[in-house]
Design a protein around this ligand. Structure first.
Ligand code: CTP
Length: 403
């Protein structure tokens, strides 16, 4: 579950062609459970209609016409004071100037002046305008005043020119909003290391041994830890998933690379959650060049891969900051019995046991059915849930360990 659930987000839209992406942003925020209140400037209305946002959010989208309506004297105060966060996306150079100067000549800028919640600004401007000293000056004024800039990104702009000025994508802006809402959460000030996806053990420069882990559970854990306000290092084996906005991503291939990265990251970490499916066996002496068919079927010799959690347990004495270690147990038989053995041998605070043999839990599906097994002997069986909710439960436990 997203930390956007139950939050009120004020979305300001100004006159840029990137306004079409604001509709996608409104949709994403609404789907994640936020109440999205939209204010369009007159310029925005030339690109996109209030009806678009009204249809997406299920709420009235406000324009300057509302500023002059009977309840205008309270509208901007109500909108501003009811918001958990305001995002202006896209924000033109003109609106950026007004915000920096405190000008209040339309519903959006008046509301921004009455705002007490965090303000995120996603600029969108063409032809190198963003680099202009006048724009940069306004940006620095707003940042010094506590606003956060999201982008702009570099790339092809509507004119066909390439440069800095593209509005960030809706998914990235939504991720930055989650990050801002997480600030001050139960894991604020804590560093958390999360591992994800399946290792790749090279056979030759082209081939590798791997497993069916997609990384979904690990990436969901990283997002949940960010939602709780943690500083997150996501150490990931190869995965096609997009890392959550705000996580420091470390890419690794083999089990050995995972172990090196985890031990290094744990020197600064308060908690570790090992959700990666790390190889138990690796290829002894992988070939330096591609194995050729004409040379016949190779006889692969395997050897043990390092056990990352066992390595962490061994190194624990020189990792004084690390106070909680959580592992996962992927089992296809005797689930609880095997998980308890791993909890003890790997010296964990909690192991999350899951039966990977059922079709609706485990590898590459969106749901998981897990049991929490604690070091003190407690066992809690959870019902089938989306991996995002399992992640939230695990991170909530982590927060309890670290509080
Ligand atoms: N793990 C690890 N290093 C490995 C293998 C696993 O740190 N080389 C971690 C996993 O990330 C997980 C926990 O150990 O948190 C249990 O992993 P699992 O694959 O269930 O168990 P194994 O220890 O590999 O034992 P087995 O495969 O025999 O069940």
């Amino acid at each position: 579950m997203s930390n956007l659930r139950g939050k009120t987000i004020l979305l300001g839209v100004t006159g840029s062609i990137a306004a079409y992406k604001a509709a996608e942003l409104a949709s994403s925020l609404t789907q994640q459970g936020a109440a999205v209140q939209v204010i369009l400037t007159a310029g925005a209305e030339k690109f996109i209609t209030p009806l678009t946002f009204q249809s997406i959010t299920g709420r009235k989208a406000y324009t300057d016409a509302d500023l002059w309506s009977a309840d205008a004297h309270i509208l901007h105060v109500g909108l501003a004071h009811g918001a958990d966060l305001m995002v202006i996306a896209p924000c033109t150079a003109n609106s950026l100037t007004k915000l920096a100067q405190g000008q209040a000549d339309n519903l959006l800028t008046i509301t921004a002046l009455a705002l007490q919640a965090p303000l995120l600004i996603a600029p969108a401007m063409d032809a190198g305008m963003y680099q202009h000293p006048a724009v940069q000056k306004n940006v620095s004024v707003l940042v010094a005043r506590g606003a956060s800039l999201v982008g702009p990104a570099q790339g092809r702009m509507a004119s066909g020119l390439v440069g800095w000025g593209r509005m960030m994508e809706a998914a990235q802006i939504a991720g930055r909003i989650r990050l801002a809402l997480g600030r001050g959460g139960r894991l604020a000030g804590k560093r958390v290391v999360i591992t994800a996806a399946g290792s790749q053990e090279p056979i030759d420069p082209v081939r590798y041994l791997s497993n069916r882990s997609s990384g979904k559970q690990g990436y969901a854990l990283a997002q949940a830890a960010l939602d709780f306000g943690a500083q997150v290092t996501l150490i990931s084996h190869p995965s096609c998933l997009t890392p959550p906005e705000g996580a420091d991503l470390v890419r690794v291939g083999s089990a050995q690379e995972m172990q090196n990265a985890v031990l290094q990251a744990c020197e600064e970490a308060d908690g570790l959650v090992m959700a990666a499916a790390v190889a138990d066996f690796t290829v002894k002496d992988p070939a330096a060049h591609k194995l050729k068919k004409r040379d016949g079927v190779p006889a692969l010799q395997l050897t043990s891969a390092p056990d990352v959690l066992a390595g962490v347990a061994e190194a624990r004495a020189r990792l004084p900051r690390l106070r909680a270690v959580i592992g996962f147990a992927a089992e296809s038989q005797d689930v609880l019995q095997n998980a308890v053995a791993k909890l003890k041998s790997k010296k964990l605070d909690l192991i999350v046991a899951n039966d990977v043999s059922s079709a609706d839990a485990g590898f590459a599906v969106d749901t998981n059915r897990v049991t929490f097994l604690f070091a003190d002997g407690r066992q809690v069986a959870l019902p089938l849930k989306p991996k995002e909710e399992v992640a939230e439960d695990v991170i909530s436990q982590l927060a309890s360990f670290l509080e």
